[in-house]
Write a protein of this length. Structure first.
Length: 381
């Protein structure tokens, strides 16, 4: 039997309507559940992303806050030391401003201590020592302005300062207990590391002391040999005389066993044994205006006043001492009265020299045997 809505009995129609309504309601709840679950999982996914972003942001902010809470700041520090006696006297750095709340310091310098005392920067104490076999060894490794003598290290003294030795002066010249002029062409250093000042005389630049380099021979009767070692005589076999007035040299030794005029010989690098002509240039420059000065004289004094100007305390500042000489007979003579200086020019088997004496204002010139022991004063190339 078929019923339509039109002819269905009312009671039955109500029953059918109730079944449909129940069916429709059941479908709707299921559909809603599916929609609700989908929305929930979508929400959870979004929440996880937000949570991760939030946590990452918190970590970054926390790290930045931790870093800046350390009060790390850049700084420079330095010390002015007025005296080195006894070492460093103040070893803690002070900052004149902007130092509040500085709690940490860092340094790449191993001599700076930034860790032992919080908030302080300290110099680390360092002890150094040297073992030197001689003053000359020490001086050979030092810079201008520093000298050692008898185990003491000191600054060199300026011209006009008091002195007892040329080693105390910037000019490496001490005359009459005063440091001499240093208006020359620089400092020279010989093969032993001894240093010399220099002095301009006219257009020439000379060492301001007689050369003192080499090993002292046993006595005036001992001859040097061509053995690769510079050898010298010291007047009266006293090394103090070599220090104060320079060594006395056989001509061949002074020339380093060559005969070339103008050779370096035993002079420092950049310097040479003067020629006879160069010695004449010095004579001519220093002589009195109207005085004669025969460049060819032999065994005679000439060039009046040049001798006085060349001696100790003379206005040339050459300060040539009357150092005496060593005779071929093997004896030392005339110290305090005469001095002789080699040239690099030969005269047959002899060599030309210049000499000064206490009783003359002039300069002597002549040839002497190369076996004599004379002083050497070097000339700049």
């Amino acid at each position: 039997m078929m019923f339509t809505k039109k002819n269905t009995p009312p009671k039955l129609q109500r029953t059918l309507d109730g079944i449909r309504k129940e069916k429709n309601n059941t479908y709707s709840i299921k559909e809603k559940k599916e929609i609700s679950l989908s929305s929930f999982f979508s929400f959870l996914s979004k929440k996880r992303k937000l949570t991760s972003t939030f946590l990452l942001t918190i970590l970054i902010l926390g790290g930045v806050s931790f870093f800046f809470s350390k009060n790390i700041k850049g700084a420079t520090y330095g010390w002015i030391q007025s005296s080195w006696i006894g070492g460093v006297t103040v070893n803690t750095a002070t900052h004149t401003n902007n130092q509040e709340n500085w709690t940490e310091f860092a340094s790449k310098d191993t001599n700076i201590d930034t860790t032992s005392t919080p908030g302080e920067v300290k110099i680390v104490g360092v002890n150094n020592s040297w073992i030197q076999t001689s003053d000359a060894d020490f001086n050979a490794g030092t810079n201008d302005g520093i000298v050692v003598s008898g185990g003491a290290v000191s600054s060199l003294r300026p011209p006009g300062a008091s002195c007892t030795s040329y080693t105390q002066c910037t000019s490496y010249s001490c005359t009459g207990n005063l440091c001499g002029s240093d208006n020359g062409c620089g400092v020279a250093q010989d093969a032993d590391g001894n240093r010399y000042g220099s002095i301009w005389v006219g257009t020439q630049c000379w060492l301001n002391r007689n050369l003192n380099v080499g090993t002292m021979l046993a006595s005036a009767s001992t001859l040097p040999t061509n053995n690769g070692t510079i050898e010298k005589w010291c007047y009266d076999n006293n090394s103090a005389n070599c220090i104060s007035e320079g060594g006395l040299y056989h001509w061949s030794e002074a020339m380093s066993w060559v005969t070339t005029e103008g050779a370096q010989g035993i002079c420092p690098t950049g310097w040479h044994i003067p020629t006879d002509a160069e010695q004449n240039t010095l004579d001519q420059y220093l002589k009195d205006t109207l005085a004669t000065c025969n460049a060819s004289r032999s065994g005679a004094y000439d060039c009046i006043s040049a001798g006085t100007k060349l001696k100790v305390n003379g206005i040339s500042n050459m300060n040539i001492p009357l150092a005496g000489n060593r005779l071929t007979s093997g004896t030392f003579v005339v110290r305090g009265a005469y001095t002789y200086l080699w040239s690099s020019s030969v005269s047959g088997s002899d060599a030309w020299y210049r000499n000064l004496n206490s009783g003359s204002d002039g300069v002597g010139r002549g040839p002497y045997s190369q076996a004599y022991g004379f002083s050497v004063r070097c000339l700049k190339n």
